[in-house]
Design a protein around this ligand. Structure first.
Ligand SMILES: Nc1ncnc2c1ncn2[C@@H]1O[C@H](COP(=O)(O)OP(=O)(O)O)[C@@H](O)[C@H]1O
Ligand SMILES: [Mg+2]
Length: 318
């Protein structure tokens, strides 16, 4: 597992949900780029509504982006038909979503076996692999129960076993340990790690758990549909500003981190700043430059020394 080769290359992803009648559209992803190498273990962090689940569904080929390109091993999947996408997903991707989606009439064991059979694994090999995986996830005594008899955490572990069963190239996991207690999280992470080490499986994991995130090679920080920062392994999820590297997009856009935007909350003046993230968090060092803008940033008319409001359009200047 040296992970040099690119597995996934997604560029310029937009996702727009049409609002219901009378409401505006929601732009859930705004020109997002993401690359994953084979065998990489990457976590996605970001507040609720940032676009994490949308990104996972789009990368997994479950939902089409409004624009953008998604290549696996150089092959574009955005314009693939559903008929071609089904075998692609079955052979390449393991999904672990909170909804679970187990077949309710089949035991956990049979759910996992069925997934393996879809991937053309022989019957006895499929049974052996399902048994091993479910045991390693602490489900030895529960695997033959129907899903409705299992707890939330047990169901989630069955979904995990199913997602990992046929050694996918990429595991997409959206808060995979949300319903699982600490001890079982360790078991799950151990299995992720084994798969990661043994078979070059890449992982893209949305998580709020520091414990889960601590296994990642890097963390991508998603905010308002864009990746606004990248963090190295071992970062503290609770003080992201301390380890943030800001990311310039391919077209040269730089999205400022939320702390900085908050501090800059003024228009019309040019700021001259450095960004210090040590100590008590980010702050602006220095003063706003006294040089005033000549033109209104909103309506572009000459400001003629206006300080507080543009006399043409009324825009607030500072
Ligand atoms: N099916 C949908 N229809 C309309 N809006 C949606 C839909 N799914 C998500 N959204 C909106 O898109 C944005 C991103 O949502 P989501 O991807 O679920 O974020 P996260 O997983 O980070 O919480 C939110 O504003 C959410 O309300
Ligand atoms: Mg989500």
């Amino acid at each position: 597992m040296d992970g040099q080769e690119l597995l996934l290359n997604a560029q310029g992803l937009y996702s727009i949900y049409e609002g219901l009648e009378g409401s505006t559209n929601v732009v859930a992803l705004r020109g997002l780029n993401i690359e994953l190498k084979k065998g990489e273990f990457v976590s996605i962090v970001g507040t609720s509504g940032a676009g994490k689940s949308t990104l996972m569904r789009i990368i997994g080929g479950l939902q089409k982006p409004s624009a953008g390109s998604i290549k696996y091993n150089g092959k574009e999947i955005v314009r693939m038909s559903e008929d071609d996408l089904v075998p692609f997903r079955r052979s390449q991707i393991g999904f672990i979503f909170q909804e679970g989606n187990l077949i309710p009439e089949l035991s956990g064991f049979d759910n996992v076996v069925k997934t393996l059979r879809y991937a053309d694994v022989g019957f006895s090999d499929a049974r052996k692999r399902a048994d091993e995986l479910l045991r390693s996830l602490g489900l030895a005594s529960r695997m033959h129960d129907l899903p409705h008899r299992l707890s939330g955490g047990e169901l989630q572990r069955v979904s995990i076993a199913r997602a990992l069963a046929n050694n996918p190239a990429l595991v997409l996991a959206d808060e995979p340990t949300g319903n699982i207690d600490y001890a079982n999280t360790d078991q799950v992470m151990q299995i992720f790690k084994d798969l990661h080490n043994d078979s070059e499986t890449a992982f893209l994991i949305v998580t709020h758990s520091q414990h889960v995130a601590s296994y990642a090679d890097r963390h991508l920080e998603l905010s308002d549909g864009m990746i606004i920062g990248q963090h190295g392994s071992g970062s503290n999820l609770y003080s992201l500003a301390e380890s943030r590297s800001v990311v310039v997009t391919e077209i040269g856009n730089l999205t400022l981190p939320p702390e900085l935007l908050g501090a800059l909350d003024q228009y019309g003046l040019l700021w001259d700043f450095s960004f210090d993230v040590n100590g008590n968090g980010p702050r602006i060092i220095g003063k706003p430059s006294i040089q005033q803008l000549d033109k209104c940033p909103v309506c572009k008319s000459d400001l003629n020394g206006d300080t507080f409001n543009c006399s043409s359009c009324g825009a607030k200047l500072n």
